[in-house]
Design a protein around this ligand. Structure first.
Ligand code: SF4
Ligand code: SF4
Length: 717
């Protein structure tokens, strides 16, 4: 990974009394170090990648503190890492993106939660829900319920979030329950400040290792008959201990209000949106003071029944503001009120949207009927008018824009090595007929958008090959499975490749070997160029230009006999290899490796290097592609095969032609795909390749002068 986190690492060094200014996720990272964490692991994914990315680069800081940092191969290995805290009084933290990451980690989580932990455990979960989310819309809350895990949802204000990290460890130790902290996208990126404490060196660490392993204790194994006792411990001891901690340390915030006979219970992460919504009704001020009593749940599991009942008691009505579905919190509160025979009217999803993000507009829409029914003295006309006007404006804009504007889905970076492979798949399908394509998670999933529209299903990260197992036997034509190298190491090797080999499946797998888990922020993986050299000889000798064969060697070692590596920019060669894989009489697993480095990482490395050459006055050659507008016939086949944002349209300069011509705009990185496609698909000969020479040598200047002279002589004045 070429991105540097030098400034962030400096923030992590701040000491007692100093002010931290920055983003929420970095504040959480600092809070881990202040809490005396002994080990940190995880698997990258928005919106929490930053935590692990920063820690991986903060080598000197973590080694000074004795903190061990592990970039885990997937979320299951991160969750399993927390097993260190079952026996030993060491605090551990891991991070991943939820819900998908928690699904992957689920088995280890259940087996961690059953025996419980001695040292505090915290999972920092990126709750990728609502606007901007990139995964299926489900709630992490379900895991807290089923495995009896603490779930914190802190109010997104830096000092509160930092305090909650320290409380999460202490509460985990007091209750023996592992803790999860869910952070929405906005909580990760909210900016603010807090007063730091010194980083704490953990008492047991890489600097102060234990001399002996823990005593054998069958009761700490998630194995019957211990598991029967664990279940009782969860109910009889751990949950009560957690509830005691929540009350004694005031983790949930109780705000009094002037309208004492109604109240709102809200998840901590949603509290700012609620306050902003109340402000529109004139029921809160800009500083977050509410006229309605609020119970802000910074811990959403477990709830404290006595606390909830005390809040509801004496009130005519309570509204639960809870994001997503099902409404776990509301249902639990209803149970607690019913058991105590409290007759307070309870509202929630009967007024608020059952699904989707609770932004200010959605909350105002739920507050409106609540206030109209239970606070009729409050004037709601202004909000009602605003909401109606917003809805009308939105639907009229949608009607007009849908007709006027084409969709603009996300796509591959300019020069991405994956785009040419999808051009080749399109060409191969012209010969083979349409293929069933099992797609996967990763940058290559951009090919599900236009102009490729390739991919029938996405079942999970590294799951494409496994997901075709039920389709292949029932399909006359072979099925194509597509996976990235990140997905291959995350899950695909075992879930897909091993299974296909064991079952002697007739399957075709295409692996993008771009060198990084690019879609999550271009983190390094075991097959990143230079990793072997790093492992063998230290960072200084690592060669980032070396070709890594780890994937090929692994596949061959596992018994894959049909294996081809093709450079991803060679469109015709890739098309021919696809044709061969789809038609060869070889009956087993056929694997094509599409080799080409992630262009984003390549440009991050190449651009500063080129800038350095230019600054020193040295010769630099850049390749550019272009379209001869006199030759372009205007059918735009090149664009339908490529989708590169720098290959676009412009008005036809010929007044006798109406169709716009293709053009390559500034930004082309000269990847060569335009030329490859023109050749492989036998397109019109309008593309040309040019070399832009900066700081040319004397003979190049002379040649340029001669060429210029010839052109002037040959062209009419
Ligand atoms: S990040 Fe890399 S692999 Fe992903 S779209 Fe961009 S160039 Fe392609
Ligand atoms: S050569 Fe073509 S595909 Fe490659 S970056 Fe330039 S315009 Fe885009």
């Amino acid at each position: 990974m070429e991105v540097s986190f030098k400034n962030e690492i400096e923030q992590l060094r701040l000491g007692d009394g100093e002010s931290f200014h920055g983003e929420g996720i970095l504040a959480i990272t600092k809070a881990l170090l202040q809490s005396g964490v002994a080990y940190i692991g995880g698997y990258q994914g928005a919106p929490v990648s930053h935590l692990l990315d920063v820690m991986v680069q903060a080598k000197s800081l973590v080694s000074e503190l004795g903190v061990h940092v592990e970039a885990c191969s997937n979320e299951a290995s991160a969750a399993a890492m927390l097993g260190a805290s079952i026996h030993y009084p060491v605090r551990g933290a891991v991070t991943w993106k939820s819900i998908v990451g928690t699904n992957v980690a689920a088995d280890a989580l259940a087996n961690l939660a059953s025996p419980g932990v001695t040292g505090g455990v915290l999972m920092v979960i990126g709750e990728d829900y609502g606007e901007g989310a990139s995964v299926v819309q489900e709630r992490t809350h379900a895991y807290a319920l089923k495995s009896t895990l603490l779930l914190l949802d802190p109010r997104p204000e830096l000092a509160t979030m930092v305090d909650m990290v320290e409380h999460a460890f202490a509460m985990s130790e007091a209750s023996n329950m592992p803790a999860m902290m869910e952070l929405r996208i906005r909580a990760c990126h909210v900016r603010g400040s807090f007063t730091c404490r010194d980083n704490r060196r953990p008492p047991v660490s890489a600097l102060a290792p234990m001399t002996e392993p823990g005593q054998f204790d069958y009761g700490r194994l998630a194995h019957p008959p211990s598991t029967f006792r664990h279940e009782k411990l969860k109910i009889d001891e751990r949950l009560p201990a957690a509830r005691r901690y929540i009350v004694e340390h005031g983790l949930n915030e109780l705000h009094e209000g002037t309208h004492e006979d109604v109240g709102i219970i809200v998840q901590g992460g949603i509290a700012p949106a609620l306050l902003r919504s109340l402000q529109q009704f004139g029921l809160a001020d800009a500083f977050g003071r509410s006229d309605l009593p609020l119970l802000v749940l910074n811990v959403t599991y477990p709830l404290v029944p006595e606390q909830v009942a005390a809040f509801a008691e004496g009130k005519r009505a309570v509204l639960v503001v809870e994001e997503g579905s099902p409404e776990y919190i509301e249902q639990e509160i209803a149970t607690h009120l019913r058991r105590r025979d409290l007759q307070t009217a309870l509202h929630g999803k009967d007024m608020l949207p059952a699904a989707g993000e609770l932004n200010t507009e959605a909350i105002m829409g739920g507050l409106l009927p609540f206030i109209e029914r239970h606070l009729p003295q409050v004037d709601t006309q202004a909000v009602a008018t605003m909401l109606a006007a917003t809805r009308a404006r939105r639907s009229s804009a949608a009607a007009r824009l849908d007709a006027a504007l084409p969709a603009r889905p996300p796509g591959f970076c300019i020069g991405c090595p994956e785009r040419p492979v999808f051009s080749a798949i399109k060409l191969a399908q012209q010969e083979l007929g349409p293929l069933h394509i099992a797609a996967d998670i990763g940058c290559h999933s951009f090919a599900t958008f236009e102009p490729f529209s390739l991919g029938h299903s996405i079942l999970g990260y590294g799951m494409s090959l496994a997901s075709r197992a039920g389709v292949s036997p029932m399909m006359q034509r072979r099925v194509l499975s597509i996976m990235g190298d990140g997905g291959f190491w995350h899950n695909g090797l075992l879930t897909g490749v091993q299974s296909a080999l064991f079952n002697r499946d007739d399957a075709v797998l295409l692996i993008f070997k771009n060198g990084y888990t690019s879609a999550t922020g271009t983190q390094d993986i075991i097959s990143t160029p230079g990793q072997r050299a790093k492992a063998q000889a230290g960072d200084k000798l690592a060669s980032l230009t070396a070709t890594d064969r780890t994937i090929e060697d692994t596949l061959a070692g596992l018994g894959v006999q049909w294996l081809r590596t093709v450079h991803s920019y060679r469109v015709a060669a890739m098309r021919d290899t696809l044709r061969e894989a789809m038609t060869t009489p070889f009956p087993g697993l056929k694997v094509i490796i599409a080799e080409g480095e992630c262009q984003l990482e390549r440009q991050r490395r190449v651009r500063p290097w080129l800038a350095g050459l230019l600054a020193r006055g040295e010769r630099v050659v850049r390749v550019k592609y272009g379209v001869d507008e006199d030759v372009c016939n205007g059918d735009h086949a090149c664009m339908r095969l490529s989708g590169c944002p720098t290959l676009t349209l412009k008005d036809n300069p010929d007044p006798l032609k109406v169709d716009p011509v293709a053009t390559v705009i500034d930004g082309c990185v000269g990847c060569g795909l335009c030329g490859e496609n023109a050749h492989a698909a036998t397109l019109c000969p309008s593309f040309y390749r040019a070399e832009v020479v900066q700081n040319p040598r004397w003979h190049e200047r002379a040649m340029d002068a001669v060429r210029g002279l010839m052109l002037r002589l040959l062209q009419p004045a």
